[in-house]
Design a protein around this ligand. Structure first.
Ligand code: DAT
Ligand code: MG
Length: 151
């Protein structure tokens, strides 16, 4: 439904490369609603929990050091089918497989520096949102032009 939420994070390379504004603008222009956002230096503990499914992968320790190498912009976006649509906006995990027009297709070249995270299912979105945000950091605000986005 229209109240679906996803967790999006602009990774340390995205922050360093000053891509925050352009990435946020893509989600705003699409019509999604921003309900949470913070700049955070993630601890290794948080990141290991966030990526727990990947803990046996050979790239896991490199992934954790990359993700903890600087602040990330953690966000929660809300809207119809936002989990799936945000994944489409991101592109594929490997930027080389990502079409131009997607965030990874437009802004990066290597899988180990792929600029942005997005939840891969509604269940993982709920898990990741509760891992990164407290309930009182999420805002429920009335979107005064939602009838121009939803009929
Ligand atoms: P995604 O971020 O598209 O959900 P994932 O959950 O499979 O992809 O992996 C999480 C991150 O781990 C990914 O954004 C970049 C890194 N990663 C994945 N596969 C990798 C690989 N083969 N080599 C290096 N890093 C990889
Ligand atoms: Mg993933």
């Amino acid at each position: 439904g229209v109240n679906e939420r996803t967790f999006i994070a602009i990774k340390p390379d995205g922050v360093q490369r000053r891509l925050v504004g352009q990435i946020v603008q893509r989600f705003e222009k699409k019509g999604f609603k921003l309900v949470g956002m913070k700049l955070i230096q993630a601890t290794e503990g948080l990141l290991k929990e966030h990526y727990t499914e990947l803990r046996s992968k050979p790239f896991f320790s490199g992934l954790i050091s990359y993700m903890s190498s600087g602040p990330v912009v953690a966000m929660v976006w809300q809207g119809l089918d936002v989990v799936k649509m945000a994944r489409k906006m991101l592109g594929e995990t490997n930027p080389a497989d990502s079409l131009p027009g997607t965030i990874r297709g437009d802004y990066c070249v290597e899988v180990g520096r792929n600029v942005i995270h997005g939840s891969d299912s509604v269940e993982s979105a709920q898990r990741e949102i509760s891992l990164w945000f407290r309930e009182n950091e999420l805002q429920c605000w009335e979107d005064t032009h939602s009838h121009w986005i939803y009929n």
